[in-house]
Design a protein around this ligand. Structure first.
Ligand SMILES: [Fe+2]
Ligand SMILES: [Fe+2]
Length: 193
């Protein structure tokens, strides 16, 4: 067993306010997606409750954890250390909770995506986007696509995220571009053509 009831309680006790509800929502959505697309529901669940375990930390605390766990931030991450919360959460999942590498990888790339997303990576990324407490323009479309095709849903999320970042004049992580290109190269499209 990856995570017993006691460990689950311990993890949840570290999550406060909205993040607690959000993480439970991600857990549920991830289990649903795992069931739908042939993923491992146990790994999906634990990735869900751990994915934002370090999100409350300050930029400096993110950088301190990077130092501690040998994570080398890229230039974009140095400018936006909050982006590192996936990687620092993955380090906590590995070091404090002994999670297997595929769970840690999914947690590490849940903020940015990456080239060569595994099924578990996709499940967590999408669950984070569509879980039940999410309420933003476009989330319904993502939920609709998630019911029929995980890759189309994922590409839709990348598309929305990139568009939003550009519109707000924000930095774009190179892994997000790589994730988007990977889907496009594979011939994935989310629009009905
Ligand atoms: Fe996150
Ligand atoms: Fe999240």
């Amino acid at each position: 067993m990856l995570c017993n009831e006691e460990m689950r309680k311990g993890i949840l006790s570290r999550l406060k306010g909205y993040r607690y509800q959000h993480s439970l929502g991600v857990e549920r959505a991830a289990v649903w997606l795992a069931g739908k697309y042939g993923g491992d529901p146990e790994k999906a669940a634990v990735a869900g409750i751990l994915h934002d375990i370090t999100k409350h930390l300050s930029p400096q605390e993110q950088l301190n954890l990077c130092e501690k766990y040998g994570i080398i931030p890229c230039t974009v991450e140095k400018s936006e250390p909050k982006m590192l919360h996936g990687k620092t959460a993955a380090a906590i999942a590995r070091e404090e909770y002994g999670m297997p590498e595929d769970v840690c990888t999914a947690i590490a790339c849940h903020t940015t995506g990456r080239h060569g997303m595994t099924l578990l990576d996709k499940i967590l990324y999408l669950a984070d986007y569509i879980e039940e407490t999410r309420d933003f323009p476009g989330v319904e479309k993502a939920r609709e696509l998630a019911k029929v095709d995980i890759d189309r849903a994922l590409l839709y999320c990348y598309d929305q995220t990139l568009t939003e970042l550009v519109a707000r004049g924000k930095l774009i992580h190179s892994d997000t571009i790589a994730a988007y290109n990977d889907m496009i190269r594979q011939g994935v499209r989310w629009r009905d053509e």
